[in-house]
Design a protein. Structure first.
Length: 240
């Protein structure tokens, strides 16, 4: 009996769900401080040869995405474990960046994958406040402190400054994808880094993922039907 139990493979399974960043009082999204301990515990399971990570996220903070990505890779190297990532409904933008921490990436054929780009969005209220008779008063120390204020007219130099920052962030994202996926990427057919996203099936053709498959199916195929999948997931707080 005991020898039978010893032969069972154990795979820690971390689940990351939601928008990436601090999303409010109850922090139901994904951020580094909320996931660091969970990821550490998953990688500390000594009998496991790999760690599975499921990601379901449309993206969010680029900083938090990079922190989580880097931490997963550090833990994988430190504990000498392989990382297998499973994209669920969506692994886009920062969600895909985190997915790139995997040595292998799987998804459903209908998953949304990609969106390798950077976006900033806002509104312009200059005409509105004129109509309602509101006067905007801004006092700053530092001439660029009110950059892209939605109640002031856009300035060409402000837009150029924002674009330069976006290009830096985009380059960081591209570097992660190219480092992770390497020669697997199929760059000749479409522009992979335009911010476009694809179905899981198309993402496989483009080399953004390795294969189609869900966590239970793939882990059973790799480690046998008796594999023990040990779940590690952030506890959801109930709103009273």
């Amino acid at each position: 009996m005991f020898s039978f139990l010893k032969k069972k493979k154990i795979v820690p399974h971390v689940k990351l769900n939601g928008i990436i960043g601090n999303v409010g009082k109850f922090k139901q999204g994904i951020d580094f401080s909320g996931q660091e301990d969970i990821i550490s515990k998953a990688f500390s399971v000594k009998k496991a040869s790999c760690v599975a990570i499921s990601i379901n996220s449309p993206g969010g903070s680029p900083v938090q995405s990079h922190l989580i990505y880097n931490f997963i890779r550090q833990q994988a190297k430190k504990n000498k474990k392989k990382v297998i990532v499973f994209a669920e409904d969506v692994a886009a933008s920062g969600g895909y960046l985190i997915a790139c921490a995997g040595d292998e990436i799987y998804s459903n054929s209908s998953s949304i994958i990609g969106s390798i780009g950077v976006i900033y969005s806002s509104f312009g209220f200059t005409e509105l406040i004129k109509k309602v008779g509101v006067e905007r008063r801004v006092h700053t120390a530092g001439k660029n402190k009110s950059t892209l204020d939605p109640f002031l007219e856009e300035k060409k130099e402000d837009i150029e400054r924002l674009k330069n920052i976006q290009l830096d962030l985009h380059k960081d994202f591209i570097d992660v994808v190219e480092k992770s996926r390497g020669s697997k990427l199929k760059k000749t057919e479409v522009e992979l880094f335009s911010g476009e996203f694809w179905s899981g099936s198309k993402a496989k053709d483009l080399g953004l993922i390795d294969e189609i498959g869900d966590a239970g199916q793939v882990l059973r195929e790799k480690f046998g039907d008796n594999v023990v999948i040990k779940k590690f997931e952030k506890i959801k707080r109930m709103v009273k």
